[in-house]
Ligand binder design. Sequence first.
Ligand code: MLT
Length: 210
Amino acid sequence: MTPIERDDLGFVHRFVPAETPDRTPLLLLHGTGGNENDLIPLGLQSSPGAALLSPRGKVSENGATRFFRRRAEGVFDLEDLKERTEELADFVGAARSKYELEKPIAVGFSNGANIAWSLLFNRPETLKGAILIRAMLPFDPPSLPDLGGFPVLMLSGAADPIVPAEMRDRLADALTRAGADLRYEVLPASHQLTRQDLALAADWLTRLQP
Ligand code: MLT
């Protein structure tokens, strides 16, 4: 089915309707400098037939699109992150009503993965699960929600020059302490997406929703 491009509901976004209605929808969150088209192929390949909801981040960093502001590499603007997280959660709620969707599983890459964990920590009711690719947690969260049993797949790169090991390990630790059902894989990869990411994401999604 042809994807629909829309600029309503507060975010420019693409919506691809489901072809297999019992598959959980995916919320696709692109990386810095990306847009709503970037992760559509990943969504189509990792969960064939699922509905895809793919918003474009609203922040521009010298022309590079992001989901929230940062002060420098790995230094997040926490006030902006909080506001943008609320805004994104509200968008997901509005899109679910409009397109008649179940709760989605977030699939975030890099900056998109970072706003995905912020959704988990601040508005966990928005999502059914999350795949966090090349995510990082640059600070100790003041409090953690109860994510009891919440399914999360974290895919990190052992040779990622943007995400220091302690920042990915800190996120894995926070998710575990919050009670998430976490699978954490550190791949022989850099910051870029690899075939292994796609294969692991597809396998994890199939196990979650056979
Ligand atoms: C971020 O700012 O979210 C991370 O540094 C990853 C990136 O987008 O480069």
